[in-house]
Structure formats: structure tokens, C-alpha cells
Ligand binder design. Structure first.
Ligand code: V47
Length: 402
């Protein structure tokens, strides 16, 4: 394309492509022009386009394009949730190389193994709900001897006490584990858990959907197809979910692109994913020999590439706990439209060396969003808008569809 053609294309493009300073983004990134045209035309990007996203030196321009996509989907709204985490136990029958959280029950010489009984779980849930949370996120290790009733009891006990709070519980591998304990199929297990109070599934455990790499970093975990199948089954059972990518360790860019395309294909089939969360690898206190996690540059690139490739996902989530607060804030200019939440009591990343605080206040979350020019919108676990009254933390109601 010569310069005259290019300026005609740009003039014909919608005004919203102009950035705040009135300048045309992407003019000096020729490799991104066909990608921009595809995005403008609403066409899904190809595997080759995906490679370009991860290789282009024009990361800032990539970010502008991804931010434009987020704007088209959500305007200036940036979502956040008042939530808390309950990591009910870190005893696990697996020993994933990247994981700093797990301990082998009775076999681990390291300190720090723990398990909560149901009273303790209820206590934590009560604390989280009393702070006005609309969502509880709960995951744990594959515990060697908790019975099925532990998992159903956790859900039904919390639901009974806090019926309005959304319960986003259990990764795909936990569901498989619980199914084995229960002697049920994964589908039957999901239905039983839903009846007990399960509302949605978090996206954890996807790691990288490449079975060769999975053997190295998470041997014994479900295969890529099994991860996808569990989410498919959940969506078919009316349970929405998220998806993740653990990046910045041994994976290649081809694997990252392939991972995103597999998720996009499943989303085309089920429309059951709410958000995608890129999880940057934290290298401390585990056995995966990688000198350092991804650079800030790689982090924002991965956010932008994810936003552009996953055109059918409503949200890309900036999980500030592992990004650091400043980088999380910057991802809002690279396609992220959700800042996650207050995240009381998170353990997985803090055991892997995350230096972020244990929780953020709503005031901080809103300020961080406003500083980027975004409009903070409180959401629940299904991205419905929450309205708060002046009657204390429990004075909230679902006000609309986001
Ligand atoms: O499954 C474990 C990852 C995940 C490390 O769905 C690590 O809303 C980096 O999935 N370095 C758990 N990552 C967290 C997770 C999540 C977080 C926030 C929101 C949502 C959501 C999901 O963390 C694990 C694993 O993939 N992880 N160890 C580590 N050293």
C-alpha cells in the first residue's frame, strides 16, 4: 500500500480511530495495517496475524488498536468487583512445577501446608460478605481426602448465609477431582455443585493449552482438550466461566497464539466465557527454572494481543495482584476492561512472590480507573451493574446488565 492509498483508507475509517490528541495511530506500523483493517471489518484474526501481534516492535500502536476494540465494546466503562478469595487448602495431589502454593499432605518437608474446615470457610465467607462483596472466588489444591460433602457443604453453607453473593468456585481440574471423589461424571458433578450454590467457574488451570508443554510444567493435570471440554460442559449446563493463560515461562509465541485460538473457537461454540485473564508467571518459591517473569513490555503486549485475538470475549481482565498495580493500570490502555477487585485474602500469588498488597479499597480501585480516563463501573460475578445505597456495605442491588 502506498502513502496515498493509506491516507484514503485512514480518512475513510471511523473518527473514533483517532486518538485523544487527534493523531492517527498505526501510520508507521505497516505490518499492523492489514490487522487494523481486519479488526475494523469485524473479522477474526488469523494464526499468522497472531504471530505479528507477538512480534511487532510497535507495541504502543498495538495497544491503541486493542484499546479501540475495548472502547467499541464497553465505551469508557472499566469494571471492578468487590470480592474476596478463599483458598480453602493448599494440599494437592499434583506437584505443578510453576506452582509455589501447593504442599503434599504428610509428604512435604516445607512449612506452610494448611486446610480450612467448613467453620473456617464460613468465617472467611462471612468476613468477605460483611465487607459488601458481591463475589467470592474460591480455589484450592486437589486435596487428598476431603469428601464430596466438603465441596457441596462449602457452597450450600455460604449460599444459605449469603444468598446474594456470587460463588465463582473451582477450576476445571478441581471439578475433575471432585467428580472422581463423588463417582459422578463431570457434567453430573457440575450440576450437583450448581444445585449446592455454584454460580460460575474461574479460569485458572488453563496454563498453556499445549500438551507437550503441560507435561513439563503441570504433569498429571488435565489435557488441553479436557480443560476445554470441562468449560464446554459448564457452559452447556448454564454455568458461565473465565479462561486464563499462564505466560512468561517456557512457552513459545506460537503456543500463546494457539492457546488463544482454541479459546476463541470454544467461545464461538458456547458463548459461555465472560473474561480472559492473562496470568504473568511469578518465579519465586517453585521448581520451574526460569530466571524471571515476563517484562512489563511483554505483559502489555500480551494484553493487547489477547484483546485483539479474542474478539468474541466480552472482557480481558487486569488482575492487579500479579501484574503490580502500575502495570495493571497501564493495561487499561492496552485493551483490558476489568480491574478485577478488592481481592481480600489472596494466597496463590503471594506465595509465588507477588509484592502487591493483600487487598485494594474501592476508593483506590475507582481512582486507579479514573486516572486512566475510564469510568469505574461496579459489577457482580456476571458483569451485572451494582448500585449501592447509603445504608452500609450490605446496601447494594443488581441494577442492570453492565
Ligand atoms: O491456576 C499458579 C496460576 C492460577 C503461579 O477467573 C501462577 O476470575 C503465575 O486462575 N505464577 C490461579 N501464575 C489464579 C486464577 C485467577 C486469578 C484471578 C481471577 C481469575 C478469574 C482466575 O494462577 C492457577 C495458575 O494458572 N499460577 N502459580 C505462579 N507461580
Amino acid at each position: 500500500m502506498n502513502n496515498t492509498d493509506m491516507s484514503q483508507t485512514l480518512q475513510a475509517a471511523p473518527k473514533v480511530l483517532l486518538d485523544d490528541a487527534g493523531e492517527l495511530p498505526l501510520v508507521s506500523a505497516p505490518e499492523l495495517l492489514p490487522i487494523r483493517d481486519q479488526v475494523l471489518g469485524g473479522k477474526g484474526l488469523s494464526r499468522e496475524d497472531g504471530q505479528t501481534l507477538f512480534k511487532t516492535p510497535h507495541v504502543v500502536k498495538l495497544g491503541a488498536l486493542a484499546a479501540w476494540v475495548a472502547r467499541q465494546k464497553h465505551g469508557k466503562s472499566v469494571y471492578y468487583v468487590i470480592n474476596g478469595h478463599i483458598n480453602y487448602s493448599n494440599f494437592c495431589t499434583l506437584s505443578c512445577a510453576f506452582c509455589s502454593f501447593y504442599r503434599r499432605k504428610g509428604k512435604d518437608r516445607r512449612a506452610g501446608g494448611y486446610e480450612m474446615n467448613l467453620d473456617e470457610v464460613m468465617q472467611h465467607a462471612g468476613d468477605i460478605a460483611a465487607g459488601g462483596a458481591t463475589e467470592i472466588h474460591s480455589v484450592g489444591g486437589l486435596h487428598p481426602d476431603f469428601p464430596f460433602s466438603y465441596y457441596t457443604g462449602m457452597l450450600s453453607g455460604i449460599k444459605q448465609r449469603h444468598p446474594r453473593v456470587g460463588l465463582k468456585f473451582f477450576t476445571a481440574i478441581e471439578i475433575y477431582h471432585i467428580a472422581t471423589i463423588a463417582g459422578l461424571s463431570p457434567r453430573e458433578t457440575l450440576i450437583a455443585l450448581k444445585e449446592a450454590g455454584l454460580d460460575s467457574l474461574p479460569g485458572g488451570g488453563a496454563e498453556v493449552l499445549d500438551d507437550g508443554l503441560r507435561k513439563k510444567i503441570c504433569a498429571g493435570k488435565e489435557t488441553s482438550a479436557e480443560y476445554l471440554d470441562l468449560h464446554r460442559t459448564a457452559h452447556q449446563a448454564g454455568i458461565k466461566s473465565n479462561a486464563t493463560l499462564l505466560y512468561g515461562h517456557l512457552e513459545t509465541t506460537e503456543m500463546r497464539v494457539d492457546h488463544l485460538l482454541q479459546l476463541r473457537a470454544l467461545q464461538d461454540e458456547t458463548h459461555g466465557f465472560l473474561a480472559f485473564i492473562p496470568l504473568s508467571y511469578h518465579p519465586e518459591n517453585n521448581v520451574l527454572k526460569v530466571e524471571h517473569g515476563p517484562s512489563g513490555f511483554d505483559e502489555v503486549r500480551t494484553y493487547a494481543a489477547s484483546r485483539l485475538l479474542l474478539d468474541n470475549f466480552p472482557h480481558v481482565k487486569a488482575y492487579w495482584i500479579m501484574l503490580s498495580i502500575p502495570v495493571a493500570q497501564v493495561t487499561l490502555a492496552y485493551g483490558a476492561s476489568d480491574f478485577d477487585g478488592t481481592v481480600l485474602q489472596e494466597k496463590i500469588y503471594h506465595m509465588a512472590g507477588a509484592q502487591t498488597p493483600q487487598a485494594l479499597t474501592v476508593k483506590d480501585l475507582r481512582r486507579l480507573i479514573e486516572e486512566t480516563g475510564g469510568t469505574p463501573v461496579e459489577r457482580d460475578h456476571l458483569y451485572r451493574r451494582i448500585e449501592r445505597g447509603g445504608g452500609g456495605p450490605l446496601d447494594w442491588k443488581v441494577a442492570g446488565d453492565g
